[in-house]
Write a protein that binds this ligand. Structure first.
Ligand code: ATP
Length: 467
């Protein structure tokens, strides 16, 4: 499919996504009553459900559907030698400049994308009053002290990535999992980076969640596995409904590669801010295991008792961000249309990602309809995330569910009392059909499991502007 060359005229803008997230309690500024804390966010009910579904889909693809990957949950605080060995203490830096006029800090390599706080039409350094310092390196790791006495305690770091917790556990996992290369270790968890210029909502924050997997392979097989993982990770986003013409794989130029990497590619999404990284897939060679072997004095290698073969496996790493993925799913799902003369905001989320799968609505708040609807709700909620809503007109309640991306609404009306049927409304097609109450949860479960593609795909809202 042809790639759009410029931003499409999509209804989704970052401002609209932020507003919807706040309005419906998906994500909001952290510590709001104290005026917020620079680019940290809290997830509310629907945000938690959505992010949990994103992470569950990742676990499903990594562990449930494969035999060669095991799960791990390592500590956020690790021995400080970890970060010496990994190179983070010496080299996990970004170039930073300060402006002597406004006192703000900027990432030197992001200046063309940033606004001057005093003259927003200009980039930092462009306005006459700007007075930028020389760029200097700033380490992104958050430092803290372990132990009760600040002065004599050991300096430890909040992990800036989950990957190192996997490498330092290689030996443990190899021993207990009864796996041999090719095999992988997967981890989901919080990471912390003292980003100089966080921003664009949850795209870049200082505290975020990563979904990382280290796949250990015999050295000669690394190029093949690198190709396989690039394809698999791209396909994951497509399967979960991201429009394919809004996704691309960008291979890094040789000058972008870390010294140990023989190949890195980013899965990029066409956010309202332009093409940006969603996930990186890297062929890391044997760098990490060799470094930790050297710094720990432990042997981190694979020994095949049958063939007598001994080697340090090479590593292919798909590293994704849960919050960034959630943002991409929201942007891709967001749409506006007109229904009965009223504007509707709808999240066309993949049913597997939708925070709520079905809403049960009594048509009226009388005549025994709430009681009958409550019974239907009780029959569904044990099977899937469901919601019961009897407040407001039926149209208003549909709109509310559309806005949080609920794929199905079940309405209980007077006919339901006579023939034990309900109306099933489909968020995407807006079709309504009568279904028997009996077997409703089986029917819904089957519909939710079907392959799905975005109604926005190929629609006019994805029209390409410009060349
Ligand atoms: P970037 O170039 O955007 O800073 P990166 O290349 O440093 O990202 P990695 O170290 O490869 O990122 O981390 C893997 C993934 O973790 C990224 O693709 C992204 O989805 C997520 N991630 C990294 N930094 C942040 C952040 N500050 N906020 C939110 N997600 C992040």
């Amino acid at each position: 499919m042809a790639e759009p060359t410029t931003r499409p005229t999509d209804a989704a803008t970052m401002d609209k996504i932020v507003a919807l997230c706040k309005r419906r309690g998906f994500v909001f500024a952290s510590s709001e009553i104290y005026g917020g804390l620079g680019s940290t966010y809290d997830y509310g009910h629907y945000g938690v459900l959505l992010k949990t579904n994103v992470k569950s889909e990742w676990w499903r693809a990594m562990v449930q559907e494969r035999d060669d990957i095991v799960a791990l949950d390592s500590a956020i605080l690790q021995h400080p030698r970890t970060w010496e060995a990994s190179g983070h203490l010496a080299g996990f830096t970004d170039p930073m400049v300060d402006c002597r006029t406004c006192g703000q800090r900027f990432r030197a390599d992001h200046l063309p994308e940033l606004q001057c706080p005093q003259k927003p039409s200009k980039h930092p350094g462009e306005a006459e009053a700007c007075d930028l310092t020389q760029a200097r390196d700033f380490n992104l790791m958050f430092e803290t002290t372990m132990g009760p006495v600040k002065d004599s305690g050991a300096t430890v770091y909040l992990r800036p990535e989950t990957a190192q917790g996997i490498f330092v556990n290689f030996k443990n996992v190899l021993q207990f999992s009864r796996k041999k290369p090719p095999f992988g270790i997967a981890q989901v968890g919080k990471s912390f980076r003292n980003e100089i210029t966080p921003g664009n909502f949850v795209f870049r924050t200082r505290e975020f969640e990563q979904m990382e997997m280290e796949f250990f392979v015999p050295p000669d097989d690394a190029p093949r596995w690198y190709e396989l993982w690039k394809a698999a990770r791209f396909a994951w986003y497509v399967e979960l409904g991201i429009r394919e013409d809004h996704l691309r794989l960008r291979e890094h130029d040789p000058d972008e590669l870390s010294h140990y990497s023989s190949g890195t590619a980013d899965v990029e999404y066409l956010f309202p801010i332009g093409w940006s990284e969603l996930e990186g897939i890297a062929n890391r060679g044997d760098f990490d295991l060799k470094q930790h072997a050297e710094f720990s004095g432990q042997k981190l290698e694979y020994f095949d008792g049958q063939t007598g073969e001994r080697y340090v496996p090479h590593v292919i790493e798909p590293a994704a961000g849960a919050d960034r993925a959630l943002l991409a799913f929201l942007v891709d799902a967001y749409d506006e249309d007109e229904l009965g003369g009223e504007q509707r905001t709808v999240l066309n989320l993949h049913p597997r990602l939708a925070p709520v799968k079905v809403a049960v609505l009594p048509h009226l708040r009388k005549d025994g309809l709430p009681e009958a609807a409550a019974e239907v709700y009780a029959g569904l909620r044990g099977r899937m995330q469901s919601e019961y809503d009897e407040g407001g007109s039926i149209g208003k309640r549909y709109r509310r569910q559309d806005e949080i991306g609920t794929p199905y609404c079940v309405t209980v009306d007077h006919q339901s009392l006579e023939d034990s049927t309900v109306t099933l409304r489909d968020r995407d097609t807006l079709e309504q059909e009568r279904l028997a109450m009996e077997g409703l949860s089986d029917e819904l479960a089957a519909r939710l499991a079907r392959p799905w593609s975005s109604p926005k795909a190929g629609a006019s809202s994805t029209r390409v502007t410009g060349a």
